[in-house]
Structure formats: structure tokens, C-alpha cells
Design a protein around this ligand. Structure first.
Ligand code: A2P
Length: 299
């Protein structure tokens, strides 16, 4: 049985979620069906993944009651100035009555009439970003607070924020985000940001917990050694480490065996957890996904 954590809304969130980024439609459908069959009860998607309709269909076809599933989707930057309409569209695509968590995908606003609806963006590689002086992520968040009124989402949160930006939201808005989703793995522990959130009752979620495409982290000697000690896969160690530090990992896989294996976590001893937390000192910090967006990742 997957452990659970509590959101600041009082709701329960399964401590391991299933990621659906970068899957084809057929892969995403089969993966979500498999995930629900083997015991995942937390599915993470986003408008920009282009698979909300597929994820929703898989949830329906799985036969698992909707209320047993924790479902997250995300507000894309082109929809930042119309979060209510964007949430309505996402809920409709998913074919559900509500989502459990709606996250601002990036702390950036993009031209709603531009071509950033599918990334990347302009032919010269730049993005059609609206200046913060005109509409900032604080404005977006304030509009998201109103989304809680009609029940289309049970909780709101943010993604790809820094400590500086989290503080700004807490200081300038009414509702403390329920969650922050960021790139997190043994070579990107972001401990200061994790601590800040946890000290403020905000659940932290880890995307790319294996290092994303090709799972590069799994070749790390120390992780392999620790995996041997517990007699589980190196992936299971990366996932267990997040749960050990009270973070919700969102591993992604389209392979049925790996989907199932990733759920089999172990209780790490503190010494092993701490050793993993310090691996970046040997190998250096590595961002596998977010450097692409460095302009908003760093304050
Ligand atoms: P696949 O979908 O073929 O399993 P992340 O969760 O960090 O985004 O990592 C996803 C990548 O890791 C994908 O390339 C996925 O490939 C691979 N992956 C997922 N689970 C495992 C596992 N248990 N062992 C090895 N690779 C995995």
C-alpha cells in the first residue's frame, strides 16, 4: 500500500504519483490503465502534455472509482490570464467533475494569441512572454484562488517556483499553495526550497525523479550500491529517497514492469537517505529538464 501525506486543505495525497509527460497517446492510455491496475491512485498530467483526454478516458476505462484517484493537471502559460476558462477546458477534456489539484505550470505568462500553446515557441527560439509589469505570476495565482469557489478543483498550487517566488505568493496572496512541483532527484535535491515549503505546510512534488529521458541517474555507483543493499532497483531507491524526505515523486514510465516496480519502495535508513542527499557534492548539481526555462527558474 502506497503511503499518503496530507495537504494543507486537509485532503490526502498518495505519496507516489504517476507521471504522464512525453508519452504518445497510445502509450499514455495503456500506462495509466496499467498504473491504476497495479495500485497507483495519483495521476499527474497537464494541459500542455496534450493528453488530458487520453488520461481521462483511461481513468474511466480502468473501472477505478474517480473518488479513489488523486488527479492533478496544470494551467499552461498561455492560459495564465484566463485561469477559470482554462480549468473548465481541462476538466472537460479529462471528462471528470473536478481535479484534486490545479497547478500553475510555470511562473510566466505567455501571449494567449501567440504560438506557445505547444512548446517551444517562436522560430527564433524566444518565447512570446508577457512582461511581469503587465501580468505576473502573482496575478495568475490571485485568479486561481477564485477557482476553489466552484469546486472544479479541490486545491491549487504552483510549479517551477523558487524560494523567492514562493515567498512572494505567501506574502501577497490569501491562500497558501497546497503544493509545489519541481524537478527533484538525487543530483538536484533543492533542499532549501524543499525545507521552505515543508516549514510552511506546502507539499513538494518531484518531477523527473529518475532524471527524465533514459533515467541517467540510475548509472550512479552509490545509488547502485544502496539498491543492492536493499535488494531493489536503483529506480526504487530514487523514488524511496523522495518519500523518505516527505516529497511526492512522480515517476513516469510506459513499460508495465517498470510502472509496477516503481511503486515498490523501501523504508530507507536515515544514513542512506542522507548519503543520497549529499551525492550532488560528488557529482555536481544537474538539471535535466528545467535549464530550458532558466529565465524563470532563477530569480
Ligand atoms: P520508460 O518509460 O521506457 O520506462 P522520470 O520519471 O525521471 O521522468 O524518468 C522517466 C524515464 O525513466 C523514462 O525514460 C522511463 O522510460 C525511464 N524509467 C522509468 N522507470 C524506470 C525504471 N524502473 N528503470 C529504468 N528506467 C526507468
Amino acid at each position: 500500500k502506497v503511503p499518503t501525506f496530507k495537504l494543507n486543505t486537509g485532503a490526502t495525497i498518495p505519496a507516489i504519483g504517476f507521471g504522464t509527460w512525453r508519452s504518445t497517446e497510445e502509450e499514455a492510455y495503456n500506462a495509466v490503465i496499467t498504473a491504476l491496475k497495479v495500485g497507483y491512485r495519483h495521476i499527474d498530467t497537464a494541459y500542455i502534455y496534450g493528453n488530458e483526454h487520453i488520461v481521462g478516458k483511461a481513468i474511466k476505462d480502468s473501472g477505478v472509482p474517480r473518488e479513489e484517484i488523486f488527479l492533478t493537471t496544470k494551467l499552461w502559460a498561455t492560459g495564465a490570464m484566463k485561469s477559470a476558462e482554462s480549468l473548465e477546458n481541462s476538466v472537460k477534456s479529462l471528462g471528470v467533475d473536478y481535479v484534486d489539484l490545479y497547478l500553475m505550470h510555470w511562473p510566466v505568462t505567455m501571449n494567449p494569441n501567440g504560438n506557445d500553446d505547444k512548446f517551444p515557441s517562436k522560430p527564433d527560439g524566444t518565447r512570446d512572454v508577457i512582461p511581469e509589469s503587465e501580468w505576473s505570476y502573482v496575478d495568475t495565482y490571485k485568479s486561481m484562488e477564485k477557482l476553489l469557489e466552484n469546486g472544479l478543483t479541490k486545491a491549487i498550487g504552483v510549479s517551477n517556483f523558487t524560494v523567492f517566488k514562493m515567498k512572494k505568493i505567501i506574502n501577497e496572496c490569501k491562500i497558501v499553495p497546497a503544493a509545489l512541483q519541481i524537478e527533484l532527484h538525487p543530483l538536484l535535491p533543492q533542499q532549501e526550497l524543499v525545507d521552505f515549503c515543508q516549514n510552511n505546510g506546502i507539499i513538494v512534488e518531484a518531477y523527473s525523479p529518475l532524471g527524465s529521458i533514459g533515467a541517467p541517474l540510475l548509472k550512479t555507483d552509490k545509488l547502485i550500491k544502496i539498491a543492492e543493499k536493499y535488494n531493489v532497483s536503483t529506480a526504487a531507491i530514487c523514488i524511496s529517497w523522495q518519500v523518505w524526505r516527505k516529497v511526492v515523486p512522480l515517476p513516469k514510465s510506459v513499460n508495465p514492469e517498470r510502472i509496477e516496480a516503481n511503486l515498490k519502495i523501501v523504508d530507507l535508513e536515515d544514513a542512506d537517505g542522507e548519503e543520497i542527499s549529499n551525492l550532488y557534492k560528488i557529482h555536481g548539481v544537474q538539471r535535466f529538464v528545467s535549464p530550458d526555462w532558466g529565465v524563470v527558474i532563477f530569480d
